[in-house]
Design a binder for this molecule. Structure first.
Ligand code: ZN
Length: 269
């Protein structure tokens, strides 16, 4: 069994502040350790479920050379490989080979979610709202659509209570979730202690992968339409100029294509 782990930092237990997720800031090194240990818990759970190949891909933009490079290599479980990419959703070889399931670890809720810890969609400074075929989505929607494009289902989502609810609504009842904290605001939460969270994630990854047939690869619909509302008109300009992307108004662009992946590629790359 091949298992892909896509991960983000904002949905880790003990992480509530931007300085824990931005490279070079005082609390970042603590954030990285908490992050890496939750990934290790998911790797252990995957191994227990029979995974023979586990690839971890950090999807957190920490800034500069820390972007997509926040895991601490020397702390990682010996039985996984990890990808450091330049751009989010750039690395696809493992998915193309055929993955049995993806685990989304450390997710955060979409921009504007009530109480969602460090909630945002793609960019906390530039992106306001994102729709796939008129459905409002966040980053779980992006990751699930990305995996779904290669026939890979998402079996587990971990993060705050808010993102767990968002994910179950989007991906259905077959999804396993672990709420590692309950958001009380964008920078505050009631957390389950990391030591306990790791036990929960390990067990949930194991269980989710044993029941992987209960979840289907996610497809937001075809033909695909991806719409982005930006916070400012300047933020929209570079996207509106891309081939295949149309401007609806100065802050709103749409990318249309046959499949979600084509629409995403013409918008994002
Ligand atoms: Zn992130």
């Amino acid at each position: 069994m091949k298992v892909f782990i896509m991960s983000d930092m904002e949905g880790i237990s003990g992480i509530m502040r931007w300085s824990q997720v931005n490279g070079g800031e005082p609390l970042y090194e603590e954030g990285r350790r908490l992050y890496t240990e939750e990934i290790n818990a998911a790797v252990r759970g995957a191994k227990a479920a029979g995974a023979t190949e586990i690839v971890v891909m950090d999807c957190h933009g920490a800034g500069g050379d820390w972007s997509f490079n926040s895991l601490i290599p020397e702390l990682l479980d010996a039985d996984c490989e990890f990808v450091v990419q330049r751009e989010w959703t750039e690395y696809r070889d493992f998915l193309k080979e055929g993955c049995d399931a993806c685990l989304l670890i450390g997710m955060h809720a979409m921009a504007g979610a009530a109480g969602g810890v460090l909630s945002h969609t793609v960019s906390s400074q530039r992106w306001q709202n994102l729709w796939f075929n008129d459905r409002l989505v966040g980053e779980v929607g992006i990751n699930a659509s990305f995996c779904g494009s290669f026939g890979c289902p998402v079996a587990l989502v971990t993060g705050d209570t808010q993102v767990c609810e968002e994910s179950a609504e989007l991906l259905g009842a077959g999804l396993t979730t672990v709420a590692v904290k309950c958001g009380l605001g964008r920078q505050s939460a009631r957390n389950i202690a990391p030591a306990r969270v790791r036990v929960l994630i390990e067990a949930a990854a194991h269980k989710a992968l044993k029941n992987v047939k209960g979840v289907k690869p996610f497809n937001p619909g075809e033909p695909a339409e991806i719409k982005v509302e930006f916070m400012t008109t300047e933020a929209a300009v570079p996207f509106a100029r891309k081939h295949g992307v149309e401007s609806i108004n100065p802050r709103l662009v749409v990318s249309r294509a046959k499949t979600w992946l084509e629409a995403w590629d013409q918008l994002y790359f």
